[in-house]
Design a protein around this ligand. Structure first.
Ligand SMILES: [Zn+2]
Length: 432
């Protein structure tokens, strides 16, 4: 019985935002329990009777993507435009989320959602479900079967949303505790529960504080939206008038922790940035969504300089694609726009290598799972994609020697279309 796997291919993986590992060819050994045992330029010594050899010569092997922010019930409505964030939520999102009160709908779409992520090379997702506890339970079951790594949470709202989606504060908190006990850390940490207040506007302060207490009691992740658009900030500050700023609301409720991801952060003042930094909060950058809803452009370089860990999120359905290649493209192009609008600011556009880091290792760091996934590294789980780069139609072989060009070509050439196989913990979870 062959218990180990040996993989051969062109290995590409981030080391830091500026450094990349590229072995052509490279090899790695996957242990019986799905971990990378060693990586080398040569065929590993001792490879033999107990190993099965997978020859992906000529193909690119890169770590599975980590999409740290998206909405499961919204992937069918991506591309539907109705003006700004608050209008879009009211006219498009809330009615679509209500459909998840049906278990049949919840199962059908959750199955499809995880499949759509995996086939685009995303092996870890942090997703908002809906306010329905049953739909969230079903989403966990579907994620469990699909093989994906997932952080999932029922959306917590007790005000300022349609009656059919809001719930009593105590019921929401009870739902969360039950889901935590059942799913957080499931299957050796492949699945996690994440406390998911939609944003301050749809949550009473009692609810936010209750969430903070549960986060502390169980040491679980939190995800929410922060400072996405100007109209949203105005509405939030009208409602929470006694607070210094938007971030201060989450801080005082006990929601800013090392396991918290705040999404968007387009409009933060220096005090707010300092607060996020001090509390160890992470940021999810969602450039396509910010452009689609005309929210603004997150000042990436400023936030990066502060030292706050940042990952990338598709934010589907305001983001219009579950492809992390597409999101990387948006990230780079948005940064060029900042540069273009104010060349004197000396804003350095983001490179393909930086974008790739955010889509993989940066995302894993934002979720505090960098010891487990996010790069091809000894000791980590074997989560990776096999990409047929020959279909990129490149005439010059030299091109394959420059990883930055290879990544750029995939980013601008819809690289997700060339993904042939995807593995999580060394087990195949998608095949074309
Ligand atoms: Zn979102």
């Amino acid at each position: 019985m062959k218990t180990k796997k040996i993989i051969k291919g062109k290995l590409l993986s981030s080391i830091s935002p500026l450094e990349i590992l590229y072995l052509d060819p490279g090899f790695f050994v996957i242990s019986e329990d799905g971990k990378i045992e060693e990586i080398s330029k040569e065929m590993p010594k001792g490879a033999g009777q107990d190993s099965q050899f997978y020859d992906f010569s000529g193909k690119l092997i890169c770590p599975g993507f980590v999409d740290i922010h998206n909405h499961l019930p919204q992937f069918t409505l991506s591309g539907l435009y109705r003006g700004n964030l608050l209008e879009w939520l009211k006219d498009i999102v809330f009615p679509a989320e209500e459909l998840f009160s049906s278990p049949e709908v919840a199962e059908l779409f959750a199955e499809k959602f995880f499949h759509e992520l995996l086939r685009r090379g995303t092996t870890t997702t942090s997703s908002y479900v809906t306010s329905h506890k049953d739909a969230t339970e079903i989403a966990f079951q579907c994620a469990e079967r699909s093989g994906i790594r997932a952080f999932l949470g029922n959306v917590l709202m007790d005000q300022k949303a349609p009656e059919y989606l809001i719930k009593d504060t105590r019921i929401l908190l009870r739902d969360s505790e039950e889901l935590i006990e059942k799913w957080d850390g499931y299957d050796g940490g492949r699945l996690h529960y994440v406390l998911t207040p939609r944003f301050a506007l749809t949550c009473s302060f009692d609810l936010l504080q209750g969430i903070g207490k549960i986060a502390k009691k169980y040491d679980v992740h939190i995800q929410s939206h922060l400072a996405e658009s100007k109209a949203e900030i105005e509405a939030v500050m009208d409602m929470f008038s006694g607070f210094e700023n938007y971030t201060d609301i989450y801080l005082k409720a006990g929601l800013l922790t090392e396991k918290t991801i705040m999404t968007h952060c387009v409009y933060l003042n220096n005090d707010e940035i300092e607060t996020l930094k001090k509390t160890g909060t992470k940021i999810s950058h969602c450039p396509s969504s910010n452009r689609f809803l005309q929210s603004g452009i997150m000042p990436y370089r400023k936030l990066e300089k502060s030292g706050i860990p940042i990952g990338l999120g598709t934010d589907v359905g305001a983001g219009y694609s579950l492809s992390m290649f597409s999101e990387m493209r948006e990230m780079i192009e948005s940064s060029k726009t900042i540069h273009f609008l104010d060349p004197s600011a000396n804003y350095k556009p983001i490179t393909s290598i930086e974008a790739f880091y955010l889509a993989t290792l940066g995302g894993a760091k934002a979720l505090s799972i960098e010891d487990e996934t996010g790069s091809l590294e000894k000791g980590k789980s074997a989560d990776f994609s096999v990409i047929d780069i020959e279909q990129l139609n490149v005439c010059d072989e030299d091109f394959y020697s420059k990883p930055e060009d290879l990544i750029s070509k995939l980013i601008y050439g819809n690289g997700e279309n060339y993904i042939e196989k995807v593995f999580v913990r060394g087990k195949q979870v998608f095949r074309k």
